[in-house]
Design a protein around this ligand. Structure first.
Ligand SMILES: [Zn+2]
Length: 854
């Protein structure tokens, strides 16, 4: 559709012309409970200034229909001025009032105003999600982050509902079966940050209070909400505890009072992402309301997200990037603050930096090695580019680089820089230079070279120790070699490790140094005895791939699990995983490390990522002729460790899930079936609803579950989550009919909501069903362009990424991908980017298989 994909240039021009004074938005949501009602009435009044009277511009609006458009009292004909994506505005005056009344659509894709009906009780729930540019699906506006304004929102909703928005409500007026909620004006915020959450939500209220440095008191009402049918599982007290710890911590670090009044945290259904930092009205995916037992890693992950979104109240909401090129200005900081805050705020999650090193950075390393990688400060031409940039670079690499910056300029200079940045740019918009200038002021350092090395170039460096010794086995020189792309300045710590009297591998020496260029010597280590292991980037200060000298690698092969420090082990696991991905370590060697040492891993988050990586190594990186043997070994390991794990422990649950994923052969499947029907037991293992669905998926994919049995389980768990799980199980059945049905449900209709699209795709491709799905490769390439043109970008991204034949690890799949890319140079750049990344994963798998073949 013309005008849907707003470009940076158009946004710049419009910002040069227009200054928005205020928005008034009224939404009439009384039609929402009627599933046959496709739309709601949205009325927007925008007052704005135009720098050039007489000029023309446009407002953004994605709506099925427009009832009226009035500009400065002139009635404009909607048929003339509205093209489906934009409202054309001409003859602007110095001061303007625009009123647009539109019929906007309820969403099923999680973009705009999403509508969900709870199968448990039939209740309807609504919430908005707008980033980067979907507020225009709900009200007419100027959809770009640098046109900030105060919003005054009112909502008419069914009488039994609560309504949440960015500000507190000032009045609620009864009107028969409906109530109108009027909210206070917000501070100036960007359109993508506005939010409305409406429905019969369950709510838990609390309060935060703090004395400010000037002696006044800051009072913040707190609320946490979820659907009524999830209330029994809602541990709001834990969420609110982390919330208060975070508010204490960020006030202390940022020295700028929380600017948005109240703080609501709404857990909402069928949410596309983890969470969104709407000022005063944060939305989270409701999978964070745990229905069944989860491990401590899941609680830590949720607490991290709570703090990430809270950090955005300052980084992003108070001070906002001018355009999506500088998305990192908010996401990298929030991502860093998520982990930093878990430790700094004194939460119970002490493993935050281990998780960061092992899981978060893996995402960055993966993304940064795609041919599509980009500098942290990106070149974002338009909104489709923006949509794809919520990626491992903007979040995880950016956060890693900030961690490195703290090591480089020091903690105090870093936070004093942040404090100045907030004071100087409050309620405004910024670019990279605004941040660098405050950091240069507070650190006294010239950061231009640092910025160009770290923020303005792409790619990941590898750091390798080079150890030379004399005849007595003493180090004559230890140097760090840097390769892989542009060399960067790295502040690193180098750890030396040896076995102690108990056999544990412990650190005997740690030195910090600045690595620069291709080779940097560490003279202070000369003369020391040659250690069993040299670890560059110990303590995980910098962002790099860690490599090893041969002696060190051999030490890991024989004793990785003997490393006593959990952070060191996490770094070692991460390094051997990178070696495997880079076809420098055979997949079967990596799996051998998992088989021997995963059982010793104490950190539950690291263990769970080992489980995922083992699965990937087997499915993609191992020589196909060895796969059956590898599968047998992994399944045996899973069962052995499950039986050995402490009853009721997180480790036991993680191994049970891994058994579900790795079960191989009749004995394991029989055990899984027995755990489901109660004829088998493992002491302390509660086979609760989520674990039941894991086991059903195992049986379904193996052809040991009938459609009737899966539907029977759905009757037992007739919930939103149950429905998603059942759909996934049905799609996983090993029959041509099941595959055809899943494919068709996603591709041939746009009736399915986002969550069920995801479930169908997740069930469709199963590792042991390669032959069943091989025939879909051609169909996949044929659907790419139509899907991109016809479906919302959120759904299109899932189909393009999810249906790529990633398990068909053969040269012919690579050839088909290359043929499509060669034949479609003009396809949308964002679509090509997704296909190029899938291609790269496949090429990597083929290289790894060659390595594994030996
Ligand atoms: Zn964020």
């Amino acid at each position: 559709m013309p005008g849907k994909n707003l470009s940076r240039e158009e946004a710049q021009q419009r910002a040069g012309l227009i200054e928005v004074e205020s928005y008034r938005v009224h939404l009439d949501l009384t039609s929402a409970p009627d599933p046959a009602a496709p739309t709601f009435l949205s009325t927007t009044t925008i007052t704005f200034r135009a720098a050039t009277p007489g000029a023309a511009s446009f407002a953004d609006l994605l709506a099925p229909g427009v009832r009226s458009v009035t500009l400065n009292g002139r009635e404009l004909d909607p048929a003339q001025v509205f093209d489906g994506t934009r409202v054309a505005l001409d003859r602007l005056e110095g001061h303007n009032v625009l009123v647009v009344a539109a019929d906007c659509a309820y969403s099923r894709t999680g973009e705009g105003l999403h509508r969900f009906v709870d199968p448990v009780d039939g209740e309807t729930y609504l919430y908005t999600h707008f980033e980067p540019a979907d507020a225009r699906r709900v009200f007419a506006n100027f959809e770009q982050p640098d046109l900030k304004a105060p919003f005054t929102v009112s909502v008419t909703a069914p009488a039994g509902w609560d309504v949440y928005a960015n500000a507190v409500h000032e009045s609620v007026e009864e009107q028969g079966d409906a109530r109108t909620w009027r909210f206070a004006p917000t501070r100036p915020i960007s359109t993508y940050l506005t939010a409305v959450v409406a429905g019969p939500y369950h709510v838990v209220r609390d309060h935060y209070s703090r004395e400010l440095p000037d002696g006044t008191r800051l009072e913040i009402p707190l609320a946490a909400t979820c659907r009524k049918s999830l209330a029994e599982h809602f541990d709001a007290a834990e969420i609110l505890t982390v919330t208060k710890q975070g508010l204490d911590f960020f006030h202390q670090e940022f020295d700028y009072p929380y600017p948005f009044g109240k703080y609501d945290q709404c857990f909402v259904p069928e949410y596309n992402i983890g969470a969104m930092e709407n000022p005063g009205c944060v939305t989270f995916r409701e999978e964070f309301v745990f229905r069944s037992k989860v491990t401590e890693a899941a609680y830590e992950g949720r607490a991290n997200v709570v703090l990430h979104e809270m950090a955005h109240m300052w980084f992003g909401d108070l001070v906002t990037m001018k355009w999506w090129d500088d998305l990192w200005l908010k996401e990298s900081f929030a991502d860093f603050m998520g982990s930093y805050g878990l430790i700094g705020a004194g939460t119970r999650y002490r493993s935050a930096w281990i998780t960061f090193a092992n899981r978060r950075k893996a995402w960055a390393y993966q993304q940064d090695q795609y041919p599509t990688t980009h500098p942290i400060t990106a070149d974002i031409r338009d909104l489709e580019d923006a949509k794809l940039n919520f990626d491992g670079i903007t979040y995880a690499k950016g956060a890693s680089v900030l961690k490195q910056l703290v090591a480089y300029v020091g903690r105090e200079a870093f936070f004093e820089g942040a404090r100045r940045y907030f004071r100087r740019h409050a309620f405004g918009n910024t670019v990279l230079g605004d941040l660098l200038s405050v950091l240069e002021e507070t650190s006294g350092r010239d950061l231009k070279a640092w910025s160009s090395a770290w923020l303005q170039t792409s790619g990941v460096n590898s750091l390798t120790p080079q150890v030379t010794c004399d005849a007595e086995g003493r180090i004559t020189e230890l140097a760090v070699l840097q390769d892989g792309g542009t060399p960067r300045p790295h502040r690193v710590a180098i750890g030396l490790y040896d076995r102690d009297e108990t056999g544990a591998l412990v650190r005997t020496e740690l030195v910090e140094l600045d690595v620069a260029g291709a080779r940097t010597a560490a003279p202070e280590l000369a003369g020391r005895p040659r250690p069993a292991l040299v670890l560059v980037n110990d303590e995980d200060l910098t962002y790099c791939k860690i490599r090893f000298d041969e002696v060190s690698l051999e030490t890991l092969r024989t004793g990785l699990g003997d490393l006593s420090s959990p952070l060191t082990r996490a770094l070692a696991w991460s390094a051997v995983w990178n070696l495997t991905r880079d076809a420098l370590m055979p997949a079967r060697d990596y799996l051998d490390l998992v088989l021997r040492f995963a059982g010793q891993e104490s950190d539950i988050g690291v263990l769970q990522s080992l489980h995922q990586q083992a699965r990937t190594a087997l499915d993609l990186y191992a020589d196909p002729t060895w796969r059956a043997e590898g599968a047998r070994l992994l399944a045996e390991c899973a069962l052995r460790e499950l039986r050995a794990a402490a009853p009721g422990s997180d480790h036991q649950l993680a191994w049970a899930r891994f058994l579900a994923s790795a079960a191989d052969g009749a004995e394991h499947l029989q055990l899984v079936a027995g755990l489901l029907d109660g004829t088998a037991r493992i002491d302390g293992l509660a086979v609760d609803q989520e674990l039941r669905w894991e086991f059903w998926l195992t049986l379904a994919a193996a052809g040991r579950a009938t459609t009737e049995a899966i539907e029977g389980e759905l009757r037992r768990d007739n919930t939103a989550s149950g429905k998603q799980r059942a759909v996934k199980c049905l799609a996983a059945l090993p029959t041509p009919g099941a595959k055809a049905a899943a494919w068709s449900a996603v591709v041939d209709s746009d009736e399915l909501p986002n969550a069920l699209v995801e479930a169908q795709i997740a069930g469709f491709a199963q590792p042991d069903q390669r032959e069943l799905t091989a025939g879909y490769t051609d169909a996949y390439f044929e659907l790419l362009e139509p899907v991109w043109a016809q479906r919302s970008i959120e759904i299109a991204m899932r189909i393009v990424g999810g249906f790529f034949p990633r398990l068909q690890t053969e040269q012919s799949t690579l050839d088909a991908t290359d043929a499509w890319l060669a034949a479609h140079p003009q396809a949308a750049p964002a679509l090509r980017r997704l296909v190029l990344e899938c291609r790269d994963n496949l090429a990597r798998a083929l290289r790894a298989q060659v390595c594994d073949r030996g």
